[in-house]
Ligand binder design. Sequence first.
Ligand SMILES: Cc1ncc(COP(=O)(O)O)c(C=O)c1O
Length: 403
Amino acid sequence: MARDGQTISDFATAAGPPLARAAARDLAVSQVREVANAGFGAPDLAKFWFGEGDQPTPAFIREAAAQALAEGRTFYTHNRGAADLREALGDYLQGLHGRAFHPDGVSITSGGVSALMIAMQAVLDPGDHVVAVTPVWPNLVEIPRILSARLTRVGLRVDDGVWRLDLHELLSAITPGTRLVLLNSPNNPTGWVLPPEDRAPLLDHCRRLGVWLLTDDVYERLDFTSPGAPGSFLTLGDPDDRLISANSFSKGWRMTGWRLGWLVAPPSLEPEIGKLLEFNTSCPPDFLQAGGVAALRGAGPYIDDLRHELAARRDRLWTGLAAIPGIEAARPDGGMYVLFRVVGETRSVALAKRLIAEAGLGLAPGAAFGSESEGWLRWCFATEEAAMDKGLSRLARWMQRGG
Ligand SMILES: Cc1ncc(COP(=O)(O)O)c(C=O)c1O
C-alpha cells in the first residue's frame, strides 16, 4: 500500500507510464477460464470445457520418457530439438505427406502454443496485416496482438447445420499488403475442415502475393473426412513455399501436459527459428523428447484407434444433442468439439454460468472463440461415453424444465 489509501499500481499509473505495455494490457481474458473459475468447487459437475480427454498418455509413451529420465537424459538439447526426435519426425512426416523433409526444416517446440508464438515472432513486424479464419482458439488471434500486428477476421458461418467458409471472401481479404494468413483445420471450436478443393487456390493466391500461410495443424490426425491422408498443406507445398505448419503431440497422442510440439518451416527460416527458440524456451526437456520419439514411431495404429474412437463419440454426442428439443447442434467433420446452441439464447458466457449452477454442466462459451460463435456452447467429446451420457441427460432435463 502506498500513501493516502493508494495502491502501488494506482501510484505508479498516476505518477509514471503504465506498468504493462499496451499490447499486454489489451489481451483478452480467457472466457473459458472465466466460466471454469465460476464453476470451481461446484460439487458433482460434469465438465467438458477444456480440450482434453480424461485418459492419460498411452503407457508406451510414458515408459519411453521414464526410461530416458532413469538413464539421465536431463541436459539441454539442440535448440531445435534432440537429433533422434527430429529424425523420427522427419520419417513420420514423410510417411504422412509423401515427400522428404529436410532436417533443417523441422523444429521441436514446447507445445503447439510455443510453435505458434515462435512462428509468428519469426515473420511478423509491428503493424503487419494478418488474416485469420475465425472463430478460432484464442491464441491464434491474440499472438498477432501481442506482436502489435493488425488482424482481419474472415468468419465461418453455419449453413444447413455445418460450419462453412466462403473461399472467395477469404481470398478477397488477402491483399498484396497482407503478411500472414492463419488457418486452423480441423478447427477449434467448430470442427470445420477446409474442403480439399479449396487448398490449392488458397496456396496459389498466397504464393502469388508473397504472403505467409501459417496452418495450425494440431487436430490434423483427427480429421474424420479423410482419415488416411490428412489434408495438410505440407502435402501440396514445396520446401521453399512461405508455408509454416504448427503441430503438437497434445491432441493426437493424449499428451496435453507434456508441452511438446513442432514446427515445419522453409529451411531458410530455420536460423531465425533456432534463435527465437533459444530466447523463448531453449528446448523442451530431453527425457520428454524421448517420449515424443516413441509417440511418432508408434503413431500408425495408435492414432487410427483414437480417431475411430473420437469419430464414434462425435456421432454419439451430436446425435444426442440434436435429439433434445430446443437444441441446434452443428456437425463437426474433425477435432474434438461439438458446438451447439439453445434456441433463443444469445449470450454464451451467461448461459454457460447458468448451466453450471442449474444443470451441473460445465461447457465452454462460444464467445471465447470470437463473435462468430457467440450464442453457441462448445462441448469437448474426448471423454468417456458414460460421462458424456450423464452430461446429455442433465442438459435434456434442464431443457425440459424450461431452461
Ligand atoms: C487450435 C489449437 N492450436 C494449438 C493448441 C495448443 O496445443 P498445445 O497443447 O500443444 O500447446 C490448441 C489447444 O487446445 C488448439 O486448440
